[in-house]
Design a protein around this ligand. Structure first.
Ligand code: AMP
Ligand code: MG
Length: 440
């Protein structure tokens, strides 16, 4: 799945191991300059949730195509029900039945009624539907007197309970525009036009390579001294959540051969994410292999967690290139780095606007301390107090290896890099982790 054009990957690249502190925004901007929107493809409508339409969808017919009944009742000419009341009902002969999905057999003659079900097309010359509850339908049915006459208890106005043809969508109307993000409602509208496929920007394939001699795979038996490869799974889940297709490539050991072979298998993706092995103090194999296979820059980003970050491009055998994002190994760092740098890259490739994470302001129940001039992303649980105000409570141990406090968090409260602390009772901006507007 090579990218359409790779020229954007050929621009001069920072190629050095020297750490330089970048702000989150600077790092993000540099990273995003290596991505471009992916080509469009036809997809099954049912799989298109959250994708961007790559065509205008125009209604080929009116929806609804025919005037139809909004209620179960009797189709009538409104004028025939004039003056009807419970005490002096208008009685009309019932001359037929129209079920949903059937067409009326004949036009409605003056002074008659047709029994009609919700959604069934209204016969010509009928201009109103009297619902069962405004007739003696129930009494008649109870007494076994179906058919014959129906007594109408309320006068109908023209168009009562009749949905006009084209009331929803008129023929020729553009109902979904190219560039629109498909949500459940758009998908329903497209289906109502009769389409089972839709042309969309395709989903990026994100290959996930975990590195480290200490890792074993979930499902394998526990071994003392080893840890389970959780990063691949949290990263894959984030890729899916933001609309990409994750491909877990397994574990590369800290050897040249193992890492080379894992990367080779990953190269046909649209983005390769590696976890661990790229911080400054790490064993050099990972850096050496990555730089031999392309270009790599190792950054220090002014954030906590996830200060060390690698970014570069890997070269495929045919000379095309694929961007590579190297996130730290610590499980929380891996997730926070992917939120900040992976999510916008996935969005960009999918043709979505680069919306930031949804943020709110909350009063802190616990302090956020900033020890070393980096932007702190503190794991918090946001809730509303009795007065309806947002408050944020720390979810516990903020060490970058403590994934359980990430699992308890619904937001990341921010202490800016140039502020030493946000104290109890002070207001912090919080990036909400699971609000739906960060997927659409
Ligand atoms: P590193 O970035 O290699 O220094 O790793 C930092 C920490 O993250 C170490 O405690 C690693 O064991 C841990 N770690 C590395 N890779 C993973 C992974 N795939 N899943 C969970 N923890 C990991
Ligand atoms: Mg390691």
């Amino acid at each position: 799945m090579p990218m359409q054009s790779n020229e954007h990957l050929d621009r001069p690249h920072r190629h050095h191991y020297d750490a330089e502190m970048l702000s989150v925004e600077e790092a993000r901007e540099q990273i995003l300059s290596y991505f471009e929107i992916l080509p469009a493809e036809e997809t099954d409508l049912v799989d298109s949730l959250g994708q961007v339409a790559a065509e205008n969808l125009v209604a080929p017919f009116d929806i609804p195509p025919l005037a139809n009944s909004a209620m179960d009742g009797y189709a009538v000419r409104a004028v025939d029900t004039k003056g009807a009341s419970k005490d002096s009902p208008v009685e009309l002969p019932v001359v037929g039945v129209i079920a949903a999905g059937q067409l009326p057999e004949r036009t409605l003659e003056a002074g008659t009624a047709v029994r009609i079900m919700t959604g069934a097309p209204v016969p010509d010359y009928a201009d109103a539907v009297v619902p069962f509850e405004d007739t003696d339908e129930l009494e008649r049915r109870a007494s076994g007197d179906a058919g014959g006459l129906i007594a109408i208890h309320l006068p109908a106005e023209t168009y009562d309970n009749v949905r006009g043809a084209g009331e929803d969508i008129e023929i020729g109307e553009t109902v979904v525009e190219s560039g629109q993000i498909l949500r459940a409602a758009e998908i329903g509208v497209i289906a109502s036009l009769g389409h089972s496929n839709v042309k969309v920007i395709r989903r990026p394939v994100v290959a996930i390579v975990s590195t480290g001699d200490e890792l074993i795979e979930p499902g394998q038996e526990y071994e003392p001294g080893k840890i389970y490869n959780s990063n691949a799974f949290s990263l894959a889940a984030m890729v899916s959540r933001y609309g990409g297709v994750p491909r877990i490539m397994g574990i590369a050991r800290d050897t040249i051969e193992s890492l080379e072979s894992a990367l080779d298998d990953a190269l046909d993706a649209d983005l390769v994410v590696t976890s661990a092995g790229v911080s400054k103090g790490d064993y050099d194999v990972v850096k050496d292999v990555l730089s031999a296979k392309g270009e790599i820059a190792l950054w220090s980003v002014r954030m906590r967690p996830a200060k060390p970050l690698a970014f570069g491009v890997l070269e495929r055998s045919d000379g095309t290139k694929v961007p590579h994002l190297g996130v730290p190994g610590n499980p929380v760092s891996a997730m926070v780095a992917f939120e900040q740098f992976g999510r916008p890259a996935v969005r960009l490739m999918m043709g979505k606007p680069l919306a930031n994470k949804p943020t709110i302001e909350a009063v802190m129940d616990d302090p956020i301390r900033n020890f070393d001039g980096r932007r702190v992303y503190a794991r918090v649980q946001v809730y509303k107090d009795e007065s309806g105000e947002f408050r944020a409570k720390s979810t516990g141990n903020q060490s970058s290896g403590v994934l359980s406090s990430m699992a308890l968090a619904n937001g990341l409260a921010i202490c800016p890099d140039d502020i030493g602390m946000i104290d109890v009772g002070e207001i912090a901006r919080v990036e909400m982790l699971d609000w739906p507007d960060d997927i659409f």
